[in-house]
Ligand binder design. Structure first.
Ligand code: NAP
Length: 254
């Protein structure tokens, strides 16, 4: 008989999938949650639910109804809405919350980074420039660049944007992990002059930064939004799994 889950992993990232696999391997009853934004998502091991909870109230109710004892927020560093909801809901129920968040990228020798605080500032920085831009911020953020007519955009997304887009553009669809040789070839082929990326961190999409450095391409790096205050934060899967085991104690078959 499958035991009901006691751990909720809020996912949509590679780390969340790795954590679900780790907890599944350790027989920790876990359910992963995906927002349902991607048409054909990579599903984690173990139980999965898909779709929003309905704000803080919906999430609070869901956690109560399902007898969840520990929540791991392993969502993307830029998914601020669900992280805020998780912090509020767990606080009101007195449940432990662990934040699993990969470290950000930082510039090294030879990198040409312009750091901006948010997507709007990235768009402001490009507006009026006649540059060839590689936009890798995800389809949710394409809209912010839609008004820019001076630049040409290569827009890379998993699923096609449903929003307005810049008038001069080519849209390509793909999903990481990416390799330096492919990224270099892509940027050469499209004569890219500026790369725009969020500071997501991690290895899956790091190759574009290496390619940009090698090709002398400027990078507009969107800094991360602030994390929820007062939440226990870890930056790797093993540490998150260890915290989960500590929090659910010996009552579960580990
Ligand atoms: P968001 O703005 O923080 O969340 C908006 C709403 O989407 C939330 O209030 C919640 O709806 C729902 N939601 C988000 N993540 C969810 C999850 N894991 N399970 C159930 N519902 C979820 O989120 P977002 O930036 O659109 O990101 C959506 C998902 O894509 C996240 O799971 C994130 O990890 C992943 N992702 C995001 C980015 C990015 O750049 N933002 C990049 C890669 C992957 P309700 O209020 O109805 O509960």
């Amino acid at each position: 008989m499958t035991e009901p889950p006691v751990v909720l992993v809020l996912g949509g990232t590679g780390e969340a999938r790795d954590l679900a696999a780790e907890l599944d391997a350790q027989n920790v009853p876990t359910i992963s949650s995906l927002a349902g934004r991607v048409a054909d998502p990579r599903l984690p091991d173990g139980a999965v639910r898909v779709g929003g909870f309905g704000g803080v109230a919906g999430l609070t109710q869901w956690l109560r109804d399902n007898g969840i004892r520990v929540v791991v927020d392993a969502t993307h560093p830029f998914a601020t809405g669900i992280s805020a909801n998780a912090a509020t809901a767990t606080r009101s129920l007195g449940l432990p919350l662990i934040r699993l968040c990969r470290p950000p990228w930082s510039p090294g020798d030879g990198d040409d980074w312009v750091r901006v605080p948010d997507i709007a500032d990235a768009a402001g920085y490009l507006d009026g420039r006649r540059a060839r831009v590689f936009l890798t911020t995800g389809r949710k953020d394409v809209d912010a660049f839609a008004h820019i007519s001076s630049a040409w955009f290569l827009i890379r997304v998993v699923d096609p944007p449903q929003t307005r887009m810049p008038s001069q553009r080519t849209v390509i669809r793909s999903r990481g992990p990416y390799h330096v040789s492919d990224e270099t070839a892509l940027m050469r082929e499209h004569r890219i002059e500026v790369l725009v990326t969020k500071n997501s961190g991690g290895e899956m999409t790091r190759a574009k930064l290496v390619a940009a450095r090698d090709l002398g391409i400027e990078v507009v790096m969107v800094d991360r939004p602030r994390e929820q205050p007062g939440v226990l934060s870890v930056d790797d899967v093993a540490a998150a799994a260890g915290q989960v085991r500590r929090l659910i104690g010996g009552a579960q078959p580990l």
